[in-house]
Write a protein that binds this ligand. Structure first.
Ligand code: MN
Ligand code: MN
Length: 264
């Protein structure tokens, strides 16, 4: 793979979860699944993604929410592009602040059962139900495209209209209906976008979701550079036989392969 390295950081943080804790435990388990001898390091495109492709910055225990921004900013000075392992979805706002600082407004592909557009949730503006409201208010994203949504409340629909968010709702999902991007993107992947049958290890089981294959196809169809990505909301406390950790590891591999193929 030459000298090209992808940054990797784990954020051990789930204090902004509204329903149950657990995602703070995820990063080391996703790494373990990635390196499991039950599988090899080849992506489906035939790229071998051995551990030396990573510039691994390790896992961070977070005390103060906005530490996530400074940690990410520091790591971004050392790599060209980075994948962040969460953690609950609240981490995406401070990560995006750091990404914006480096790249300017990015276009975001957000795959999730939920829009995460609440102005505040249970009194917290930084809840994992709110990161995309904060991102849009701060104009960190040029464009926000959400895919897999199946829980849109009236309040969130109003927010989506206000911020000009594009939504491919799960009920209308068709791979060909996903609009194309023409600039580099940031990919934010909430594992609860998947049907719980494929990924039981999440806090919020929302039936009727994407299959593992559909998410892989969305990733594989990206034809612009990916400047950064996160995989969030994996909750090991809810997993069965580590199945969801293998799903996360598979996505990590396919996103990394895509980052290498569509280099900035
Ligand atoms: Mn989410
Ligand atoms: Mn979600």
């Amino acid at each position: 793979m030459g000298n090209y390295k992808i940054g990797l950081q784990g954020i051990l943080f789930d204090a902004k979860s509204s329903f149950m804790q657990g995602p703070a435990l995820a990063p080391p388990l996703i790494r373990k699944a990635y390196n499991s001898p039950s599988a090899n390091y080849f992506s489906e495109s035939g790229k071998e993604l051995t551990p030396d492709i990573w510039s691994d910055k390790g896992d961070y225990k977070i005390k103060d929410y906005f530490e996530i921004e400074s940690i990410t900013a520091d790591n971004l000075t050392k790599v060209q592009s980075m994948i962040t392992l969460g953690g609950d979805h609240s981490i995406t706002y401070p990560v995006l602040k750091a990404v914006h600082n480096r790249y300017g407004p990015v276009h975001i592909l957000h795959i999730d059962a939920h829009s995460d557009l609440y102005d505040e949730f249970e009194g917290d503006k930084y809840s994992h139900a709110c990161p995309f409201a904060r991102i849009m208010e701060d104009k960190l994203a040029g464009r926000l495209l959400q895919v897999g949504i199946r829980t849109l409340s009236t309040r969130q629909e109003e927010q989506a209209i206000k911020f000009g968010v594009e939504i491919v709702a799960m009920k209308d999902f068709d791979l060909r209906s996903i609009p194309k991007f023409d600039t580099p993107i940031y990919l934010s992947l909430d594992i609860d976008a998947l049907d719980p049958a494929y990924a039981p290890g999440v806090s919020h089981h929302e039936p009727g979701g994407l299959s593992t294959r559909q998410v892989l196809q969305i990733i594989q169809n990206i034809d612009v550079p990916i400047i950064g990505a996160d995989i969030v909301e994996y909750n090991p406390n809810r997993d069965i036989n580590g199945m969801t950790s293998m799903v996360c590891a598979k996505f990590l591999k396919e996103i990394a392969a895509k980052m290498i193929m569509n280099k900035l």
